[in-house]
Design a protein around this ligand. Structure first.
Ligand SMILES: [Zn+2]
Length: 373
């Protein structure tokens, strides 16, 4: 399931927002509107919301600028950036590869908070200028909010828990010290979990002291950070264990294909029930033309199964669905995540020679992790 939607493209980098960001946007908007209404009772309700909206949008732009500065440093170091996803407490620049040395990691990690502090300084100066020029007080208030928000963004992201920027700084230093990326990530991710648990405990404490809103807020952020710390450690461990393994080494050979013009009713009886695979490659005139998944069949009403053929229900073949037998497993994993079908068709030239499922990779990972402890 995709939990993000694409929003825009900056410097050819796609920017996505995670759905959690919509929650924070709503929360920020309503909190700001309440604050504006308390501070400027003379203004009308819609004006409070308008000011809140303007501030929230600039908040969003601040986070984006923070993430883009990470991305720009990464791009200049020659690291591919697949995109930026804005999360609840900031964002994540999706690196195509891990940085090749601690120095790059360090510069990349520091670029974001540096941008946040720069923006804070900018909004401070802007606020001062507006005060001097006698601009309406609510405009100066917007500048003050953005000053505060950017300082908080900079400080929060510098906390030493991976995958926050501070955690990346910690990881870079440990990496430099030990020369072992996986171990450094392990320790920095432990920092992230410890930080997450501390935030959640603080949240529970605040909640029981009747600071419901702040309490829930801390618990929420802590929970999110805990997940992120865990996921990013697993990702690094996974990449390390799988690197150097080729698709051809672990694929399932002797693939059973299905003819394109067979109706679904026959396919279910003669193939799915019999061989119990979740998907079959579809072949017409000895040519691979698609992948038929049981999931796709289930989407079609049972009464129509005798009228619909494999060709009509399959996912047509694209480069997203296939992989060369010599490709690395880490490449296969990235493609699997993008294809969403849970499996890739392994090719040698234009000949189908095997099938590789996400489960094949995960079970290899589990075995290797067992041995590598
Ligand atoms: Zn950052």
């Amino acid at each position: 399931m995709r939990s993000s939607v694409k929003l825009l493209t900056v410097f050819r980098i796609p920017v996505e927002i995670n759905y959690s960001w919509l929650i924070i946007f709503g929360l920020v908007l309503s909190t700001l509107a309440a604050n504006f209404s308390a501070d400027f009772p003379g203004l009308s309700g819609p004006v409070h919301w308008l000011l809140a909206f303007l501030t929230a949008i600039l908040f969003f732009v601040s986070i984006l600028a923070h993430e883009l500065s990470h991305a720009v440093v990464a791009l200049r170091a020659g690291l591919p950036i697949h995109g930026i996803t804005l999360f609840i407490f900031g964002g994540v620049a999706q690196l195509g590869e891990e940085p090749e040395n601690p120095g790059v990691e360090l510069r990349m990690a520091l670029a974001g908070p540096a941008m946040s502090f720069l923006l804070a300084a900018l909004f401070y100066v802007l606020g001062q200028i507006m005060m001097q020029l006698g601009a309406p007080l609510y405009l100066a208030k917007i500048a003050l909010y953005l000053l505060t928000i950017n300082v908080l963004l900079g400080v929060f992201n510098l906390l030493p828990g991976f995958p926050l920027d501070g955690g990346r700084v910690l990881r870079a230093l440990l990496w430099q010290l030990t020369g072992n990326l996986r171990r450094a990530t392990g320790i920095a991710a432990f920092g992230g979990k410890a930080l997450a648990v501390t935030l959640m405990l603080a949240g529970i404490f605040l909640f029981f002291r009747s600071y419901y809103f702040n309490g829930l807020w801390y618990i929420f952020i802590g929970f999110f950070l805990l997940e992120a710390a865990d996921a990013s450690y697993r990702q690094v461990a996974l990449k390390k264990l799988l690197s150097g393994v080729r698709v051809g080494q672990i694929m399932t050979q002797n693939v059973i294909t299905v003819p394109a013009d067979l109706p679904l009713s026959r396919l279910v009886e003669d193939y799915f029930f019999r061989f119990r695979f979740a998907a079959f490659p579809v072949v017409a005139d000895d040519r691979l033309i698609g992948l038929l998944t049981f999931h796709a069949i289930k989407e079609i009403e049972r009464e129509r199964w005798s009228a619909v053929t494999a060709r009509e229900a399959m996912i047509p073949i694209t480069t997203r669905l296939t992989i060369d037998r010599h490709a690395e497993l880490t490449t296969a994993l990235a493609r699997l995540a993008a294809s969403g079908s849970g499996r890739l068709l392994v090719m040698e030239g234009d000949k189908l020679i095997g099938i590789l499922s996400q489960r094949d990779i995960m079970s290899l990972f589990e075995y290797k992790a067992e041995v590598d402890k």
